[in-house]
Design a protein around this ligand. Structure first.
Ligand code: NAP
Length: 284
């Protein structure tokens, strides 16, 4: 069996077309959705992510500002800038690109973002809302994965789901969204004794560790759905995921490629969250 590919680029295109329609409708009513992306320092990977996010906004009719600061920026100056964005009616979403320089407490910075503008969904108020089943914003990467299940009619109710990774950004919210959808969820992490024992019983596996080949064909039940969130570089410097793609695709029912899988969905869901924030603000 060769797995069916879940194409994140194609699904993103469809979802972004809907974003553009909603952005145009809001703009026509005088409420153009706006996203502020804040970058501190000159981490090259962060620069690429930020540029892609700003471009995606422009391509789909959202207003976007990119606020760049040197790595020497003091924490209190960053907090003051966020307070300004919180009060700006043209800005509906605020994203602070992580990681921040070591002298800045990223937890403090995220908590300074107004929860109704926290389009990444990382603020404790939004994490708590997600946990209680009443999410305001779903964190973009797991939200994108949920859209992939939906688009391919992959049933989650009663499914055994395994999430490998327990970060606040991907693993934990992914597990909560799967739970909300009715799956029986197991979370594996670096201390899990035998990951394969769990994954072999899974209908759905989401790998989000940043470790190459964390999931191999012998760990996958035939026909299972495998979602690869990981972003790594192989020996040749090429982008690859956490999953042994060549082996696992011969066993799985559905699989996401890297690149072209979850990556484009993350930016798409950032646009969706910003539109939702702007629609709420327009109603208020
Ligand atoms: P993270 O904060 O470093 O968390 C990694 C998680 O993986 C941790 O929970 C860790 O367990 C677990 N882990 C590490 N080694 C493991 C092992 N050998 N066996 C089992 N679990 C292991 O990373 P993250 O932010 O969640 O990101 C994970 C990956 O997804 C990275 O490659 C990142 O670049 C990628 N990512 C991609 C997108 C996208 O749009 N495609 C978005 C976000 C992240 P412990 O908690 O026990 O340490």
């Amino acid at each position: 069996m060769t797995a069916q590919l879940i194409d994140g680029n194609a699904l993103s295109k469809t979802l972004r077309a809907d974003v553009a329609v909603r952005a145009a409708a809001l703009t026509a009513r005088g409420h153009q959705p706006g996203l502020a992306v804040v970058l501190v320092g000159d981490n090259p990977a962060s620069e690429v992510y930020v540029r892609n996010k700003v471009k995606a906004c422009h391509d789909n009719g959202l207003h976007s500002v990119m606020d760049r600061f040197p790595a020497t920026l003091a924490e209190h100056e960053l907090l003051a800038h966020i307070a300004k964005l919180n009060a700006d009616p043209a800005i509906h979403g605020i994203l602070v690109q992580l990681p921040l320089p070591a002298h800045i407490d990223s937890h403090k910075v995220i908590e300074a973002i107004a929860p109704e503008k926290d389009v990444d969904g990382f603020h404790v108020a939004n994490a708590g809302a997600l946990m209680t089943g009443k999410p305001l914003f779903r964190p973009c990467t797991p939200y994108g994965v949920m859209k992939m299940f939906e688009a391919h009619g992959i049933g989650l109710q009663g499914a055994n789901a395994v999430v490998i990774g327990r970060s606040n950004i991907v693993g934990k919210p992914m597990a909560l969204l799967l739970l909300e959808a009715g799956a029986t969820v197991t979370i594996c992490h670096s201390k899990t004794r035998d990951i394969g024992h769990h994954t072999r019983a899974a209908d759905v596996i989401v790998a989000a560790t940043g470790r190459r080949n964390i999931l191999t064909a012998d760990m996958v039940k035939p026909g299972a759905t495998v979602i690869d969130v990981g972003m790594n570089r192989n020996e040749e410097g090429k982008l690859c995921g956490d999953v042994d793609f060549a082996g696992v695709r011969e066993v799985a029912g559905y699989i996401t490629p890297v690149p072209g899988g979850v990556g484009p969905m993350t930016i798409t869901m950032l646009l969706v969250n910003t539109i939702e924030a702007a629609e709420r603000a327009a109603q208020a």
